[in-house]
Design a protein around this ligand. Sequence first.
Ligand SMILES: Nc1ncnc2c1ncn2[C@@H]1O[C@H](COP(=O)(O)OP(=O)(O)OP(=O)(O)O)[C@@H](O)[C@H]1O
Length: 278
Amino acid sequence: MTHQLEISGVDMVFDTPQGPFTALKGVDLKISKGEFVSLIGHSGCGKSTVLNIVAGLYQASKGGVILSGKEVREPGPERAVVFQNHSLLPWLTAYKNVELAVKQVFGKRMTKEEIAEWVEHNLALVQMTHAMHKRPDEISGGMKQRVGIARALAMQPQVLLMDEPFGALDALTRAHMQDSLMAIQQELGNTVIMITHDVDEAVLLSDRIVMMTNGPEATVGEILPVALERPRSRLELAQDPEYNRLRSAVLTFLYDKQRKVEPIRTPIKSPRPAQKTA
Ligand SMILES: Nc1ncnc2c1ncn2[C@@H]1O[C@H](COP(=O)(O)OP(=O)(O)OP(=O)(O)O)[C@@H](O)[C@H]1O
């Protein structure tokens, strides 16, 4: 089976004032077209570094990434990135934000009418038609995130890279966004790599959960296939024994096998003033 995306033997060494720091060591991951893969692991293990290498924003120190047979060397429109802090241009409306990306990618190939239709179509996909002429400061965080997703989808990327896309949202908005993303991904068949800290989110959305070991020299620890039928309903899954088995497998990995022991610093007590003796 040929894979759409191959991350092979990736090491990442950062130069720091304290000397070289090996954040990643020997990361291997092969992803098929249309797969939804989550990266999960403790804070600082290197999830964003992996995503940035796939995005072409960082160059691996060793190894590399092949997408559809071509080596990734720089950012490109076939890999759209959605960050936690929706990076919309504040002076442009939701519509104009999406239009800008569409013009960058398809400006030469689409007519004005086609561009307008495509922008509206993608905003409709994320249910933002009603607010498409509002600026980012006039809409909620969840709505901004939806515009960010519409902008990424409108570029028709082969791979959608999402760095904790729903991390800053309240629980209800988050649940709604997860459901929309599942529906959109099922319709469009995009390949998605998503970083999350949320075990339920990982199990609900993914075809595979990639669990990373703690750094330094972090790498892929275990890969958990999630064979739950789609479409998935969060309410039904709450009672599903397989869902609960998968959930506890991730929790066991994170809190047992890769338990992170933070050094507890005992505050240094200031020496007691010497007692005066009479
Ligand atoms: N540009 C950089 N220079 C030096 N060290 C870096 C750089 N970027 C990341 N690191 C280090 O590499 C390690 C992995 O960082 P990364 O941001 O990829 O982790 P993460 O798993 O995404 O963390 P979080 O879940 O907290 O976002 C960390 O120890 C971090 O301090």
